[in-house]
Design a protein around this ligand. Structure first.
Ligand code: KIV
Length: 292
């Protein structure tokens, strides 16, 4: 399927002309929980996007696009999401909003920009929403973040929660393994999700947990759950787009590769290099003839 809009090449390749699709809304995403329960709604589809062109390609197929702080690792080669800044999120978030017309764009609050107080969370979230046009923010954490989620939700900022494996806490967790293997930890993750839902989150990402935890959370909260390394019974799924496109050699258990883009990019680069070295590129069709 092609993108849903044409590109205005007279201005910029990244400036699409008017959109034929109406953008989904946060309340519509929230309503999906009840629709699924009635057997009327399909699971929510979410992928990460960090750039305008990726957003253009993914948008027609997704209900939500997540400008994830995973961009720290995927785009910038950082060792974790901890060093990601509000400036980085703002720049990529604005690009993704410019490249999308259909999906709800959700943007991650990066580590250190919201945990201090509800007021700090509001200031960071308001900045990202003003500078990007995103419709919602996502914040990691459970019961400890409930006051901030309530504070933002009551002031017009929709919040997506994120429980289970919370990558910004990697230094506390000691790695990225699945969470909730002990009974106590499983109970804590379920409690966290319920606290986040009660605080007003419009959806919750459930990441890297043993499956029964994801099922229990999905059955016990009133907003949609979006799983990653969780369960097919969640109300939706999310993956990092670069993972599912096959751009990385390492394939974690929860990832399914839907393509081998890494292999195809390497093959294209090899063909280009061979043609340049053989002087067969550029050919006659790619050079400008002099005016007669
Ligand atoms: O940052 C991110 O990409 C995420 C998803 C993995 C849910 O938070």
């Amino acid at each position: 399927m092609s993108t849903t809009f044409t590109l205005d090449t007279s201005t910029s390749r990244a400036t699409p002309v008017a959109a034929p699709m109406k953008r989904l809304t946060v309340p519509a995403v929230r309503r999906r929980k009840a629709e699924i329960a009635r057997g009327e709604g399909a699971p929510l589809v979410m992928l990460t996007a960090y750039t305008v062109r990726t957003a253009q390609l993914l948008d027609p197929h997704c209900d939500l696009l997540l400008v994830g702080d995973s961009l720290g690792q995927v785009v910038y080669g950082l060792p974790s999401t901890v060093p990601v800044t509000l400036d980085m999120m703002a720049a990529h978030g604005a690009a993704v909003v410019r490249g999308s017309y259909h999906a709800v764009v959700v943007i991650d609050l990066p580590f250190g920009s919201y945990e201090g107080s509800p007021e700090q969370a509001f200031a960071s979230a308001a900045r990202l929403m003003k500078e990007t046009g995103a419709a919602a923010v996502k914040m990691e954490g459970g019961a400890a973040m409930a006051p901030a989620i309530a504070f933002l939700s009551e002031r017009g900022i929709p919040v997506m929660g994120h429980v289970g494996l919370t990558p910004q806490a990697v230094n506390m967790l000691g790695g990225y393994g699945a969470r909730g293997r002990s009974r106590a930890e499983a109970a804590k993750i379920v409690d966290d999700a319920q606290a986040v839902a009660r605080a007003g989150a419009f959806a919750i990402v459930v990441e890297g947990v043993v499956e029964p935890i994801a099922v229990t959370i999905t059955q016990s909260v009133d907003c949609p759950t979006i799983g990653i390394g969780a369960s097919a019974q969640c109300d939706g799924q999310v993956l990092v787009a670069e993972d599912m496109l096959g751009l990385f050699e390492r394939v974690p258990r929860f990832v399914k590769r839907f393509d081998d883009l890494g292999g195809r990019i390497e093959a294209a680069a090899a063909s280009y290099a061979a043609e340049v070295r053989a002087r067969s590129f550029p050919g006659a069709e790619q050079v400008y003839a002099a005016k007669p």
